[in-house]
Design a protein around this ligand. Structure first.
Ligand SMILES: [Zn+2]
Length: 451
C-alpha cells in the first residue's frame, strides 16, 4: 500500500513525501507543504493542525452539509445517484479519503489508513439494485465499508457542474487556463435567504450551527451572515413555556435580525438546525426565495492559455499535469497547429464537441472520445482533440475538494487523496506490426504513455 497524498497538514511522519502512486507530484501547483491550494485560495492561510494531537472531528452530518454546500445535489443530473451511500450521520468523522472510484482497493486503503469516510466522484450504485449481497462485487464493497465503520459519499455530476471548485475548474486550473467559463451552462440551484430573530447572546452560536447545516456559503466564503440589532417584543401565552419572560407579560428583548443565504434544497436541514439551537420555544424566522442570478455552474470549461503553443507542446503539458496512466494522451490534429483557446471536460465529454467548436476552441481535452465524432471533428475543421484517461481527467478535483473540506470544517477533519490509480487500463502496447499500414505522425512519443 503506497501512502496517500496528504492534502492537509496531518500528524504524519515529518517530511512525509506528498507523492502520487508513481512518485510524481501530479498536481504540483495544488500542493505546498502537504496542503493543496487553488489559485483562488492562495491568498488565505492554510488551516493548520497540531502534530500529535487527535483532531476533534465533526459529525458525518456536518461533513455532508459542508460537501453539499460546495457541491449542491440539486445540480446533479436526473439520472445520477449522489449523496450518502452508507454511514450513520451521527457518527464522528476525523479522517476523509477522496478517490475517483469506490473500488475494492480504495476501500482497502481507507480501512488501512483509518479513514472514517470515503468521498468518491463516481457512484458505487449508479444503476438501481434490489440488494447488496456480499457475493456481488459492489455489495461486497458495501459490506466491507459498514463492517469497518467507514461511510461512503458520492459527489458526481453535481461536482462536474459546480460553479466553483468543481471537476472542470480543477482540470482547467492544472492546465493553466485563464478565466475559464462553462461550455454548457446550467441554471444555478435555487437559494433562500433565511431571516431569523434571536437574543443577541445567541447570535454567534446560531451562525455556527446554521453554517454547519449548509447555510452561509457565498463563493469562496463560508459563515457569511448579516446581523442588525434591535428590540424584540412578545407576550407569552398561558400555555407557553418561554425561555425568556413570563406568561401574560410584555417582554422587550435585545435581539439580532440574522440573515444567511442557504441552498433551497437544504431548507429542511437548516430549519432543523435552527430549532435545535434557538433558545425560544417558537422562534421567529422566514425563508425568502432568492431570484435567479447569472450562473457559473455548468459542464466543461473554455479558457485561454497564457500564450499560444503548438498542439504537440499542449499535449506534453497535459501529460505533465495529469497523473500517469497507461494510455497517456491521444491526440487528433496537426501537431504543429497553434492552440490557445482550450476547452476541457472531465470524464466523457464527447457530447461537448459542438459546444467547444461554437466557443472557438482550438482544442478539446476530454475522455472516452469515440471514433466517428473524432473523425468528423477532424474532417470538418473542428477543434483538435486530446483524449486522456477518464480517471486522469477527473483526478485534479480530488486535492481541491479535499482541501476545501478541511478548511470548511475549520481543520477539525483530516483529508487525504487516495494513492490508488483507479484507471482500469493496465497495459499499453504500441501497434505498428502491419507494414502496410500508414505511419502515424510520430507525435505520440513525446506525450504519451507513462505507465
Ligand atoms: Zn467520470
Amino acid at each position: 500500500m503506497t501512502k496517500a497524498v496528504l492534502v492537509t497538514p496531518a500528524p504524519a511522519e515529518p517530511g512525509a513525501e506528498t507523492s502520487h502512486t508513481t512518485g510524481r507530484r501530479a498536481a504540483p501547483d495544488l500542493q505546498s507543504e502537504g496542503v493543496a491550494l487553488t489559485a483562488d485560495d492562495a491568498h488565505s492561510e492554510p488551516v493548520a493542525t497540531v502534530s500529535g494531537l487527535p483532531l476533534p472531528g465533526a459529525s458525518l452530518a456536518e461533513v455532508i452539509a459542508a460537501l453539499e454546500a460546495r457541491y449542491d445535489p440539486a445540480l446533479a443530473e436526473s439520472w445520477d445517484a449522489v449523496g450518502l451511500v452508507c454511514g450513520d450521520p451521527e457518527e464522528t468523522v476525523r479522517s476523509v479519503l477522496f478517490a475517483v472510484d469506490p473500488t475494492a482497493a480504495v476501500v482497502d486503503e481507507a480501512i488501512a489508513t483509518g479513514a472514517d469516510l470515503v468521498v468518491t466522484h463516481h457512484p458505487l450504485l449508479l444503476t438501481p439494485v434490489h440488494g447488496v449481497p456480499a457475493t456481488d462485487p459492489r455489495g461486497r464493497v458495501v459490506h466491507r465499508l459498514i463492517r469497518a465503520g467507514v461511510a461512503l459519499f458520492t459527489a458526481h455530476t453535481n461536482a462536474d457542474r459546480a460553479a466553483d471548485h468543481g471537476v472542470n475548474d480543477a482540470l482547467a486550473a492544472v492546465l493553466g487556463l485563464v478565466d475559464p467559463t462553462p461550455l454548457e451552462t446550467v441554471p444555478a440551484p435555487h437559494t433562500d435567504t433565511l431571516v431569523v430573530f434571536a437574543p443577541v447572546a445567541h447570535a454567534d452560536r446560531l451562525v455556527d450551527v446554521l453554517s454547519r447545516a449548509g447555510a452561509g456559503v457565498i463563493g469562496d466564503y463560508t459563515r457569511c451572515a448579516w446581523q442588525t440589532t434591535g428590540t424584540g417584543t412578545f407576550i407569552p401565552g398561558g400555555e407557553a413555556h418561554p425561555a425568556i419572560g413570563t406568561s401574560g407579560s410584555l417582554e422587550r428583548v435585545p435581539e439580532v435580525r440574522l440573515e444567511m443565504v442557504a441552498p433551497s434544497g437544504r431548507r429542511a436541514e437548516v430549519l432543523r438546525a435552527l430549532h435545535e439551537c434557538h433558545p425560544y420555544q417558537d422562534p421567529g424566522y422566514t425563508f425568502f426565495e432568492n431570484a435567479a442570478t447569472p450562473s457559473r455552474a455548468g459542464l466543461g470549461r473554455v479558457g485561454e492559455l497564457a500564450g499560444p503553443v503548438t498542439l504537440r507542446e499542449f499535449a506534453e503539458q497535459v501529460a505533465a499535469a495529469l497523473p500517469a496512466t497507461t494510455g497517456g494522451v491521444r491526440v487528433a490534429g496537426d501537431p504543429d497547429r497553434l492552440v490557445r483557446t482550450v476547452a476541457v471536460c472531465g470524464g466523457s465529454g464527447g457530447s461537448l464537441l459542438g459546444a467547444a467548436a461554437a466557443a472557438g476552441a482550438d482544442v478539446l481535452l476530454t475522455s472516452d472520445l469515440k471514433h466517428h465524432p473524432a473523425s468528423d471533428a477532424g474532417e470538418s475543421g473542428g477543434p483538435a482533440l486530446c483524449d486522456v484517461a477518464h480517471y486522469a481527467s477527473e483526478w485534479p478535483w480530488l486535492p481541491v475538494a479535499a482541501d476545501l473540506l478541511h478548511r470548511d470544517l475549520g481543520g477539525r477533519v483530516r483529508t487525504a487523496v487516495s494513492a490508488c490509480r483507479t484507471d482500469p487500463w493496465t497495459a499499453h502496447v504500441a501497434s505498428g506490426g502491419d507494414a502496410a499500414a500508414p505511419p502515424s505522425t510520430g507525435m505520440v512519443g513525446g506525450a504519451a504513455a507513462r505507465g
